[in-house]
Write a protein that binds this ligand. Sequence first.
Ligand SMILES: [Zn+2]
Length: 267
Amino acid sequence: MLESQKEASVADRISYDNSKSIGIWDWSRPPSGRALDDLTELNNLISSVCITDRPDAWKFTLDASGIFTTSSLSNLINALKYGIHSRNIDIPRNKFVPQKVFIFTWRVIQLKIPARSELDKKGIDLHTILCPLCEHHIESIEHALITCPKVSSIWTQILDWWNQNNYSISDINGAIISDQGFPQNAFGSSLWLATKWIACYIIWKHRNLKVFSNKMWNPAMIISEIQSQSYSWISTRTRKKNPIEWHQWLLNPSFYSVPSPNRVGIG
Ligand SMILES: [Zn+2]
């Protein structure tokens, strides 16, 4: 109210003396009483303000980049309200799986699959958070895809099918990140990871069929779907010089884990 130039900008009223801001005021009358208290408060507020010659812009101070994104706000709300911290884990690209499987796998590793315990953390009111398959344990993502007794038998059979009985798969890392069995061989490692990602994708699909369409949980059928679907997706994506043959794939896919000139034996 006391400013004599009503159109004055903040920059017109702040000057710097040894990087300390000082006000260059132009009052219509000298401030007194309450106005003097307001001026003291204003001086405190602007004491750390630094005016530059860049144009005005909005800055989102809750993110280090200064740029507002809905995901950064969503992560912040999740962290503060529900204690859910987004995971900064990357998965390697895999040219043997379709995009939808890659995206699903990425969501698993980011804990963004709507298993019942995850929905519960977000405050969604569910009738139960128990696993729809075993009805005994809380359904976390890891439980739904790996550790549920109704699912772990499927993994045992997958390991058996791939001649990987020396190993076990007991957590998300084991199913999605770890290439144990083929760590020294990029081709074999990619095939093995692709198979495990496809297995997770199909297990989750059947979990949803059970929950939403009341379909029966049939491990034998799920294994057979994992075998045929992985064959179909992977064989169309391997190069012509590494053709994959259905019967060999069914018998022992690890046969294909080394590129063709070095393969030995069948089965
Ligand atoms: Zn279960």
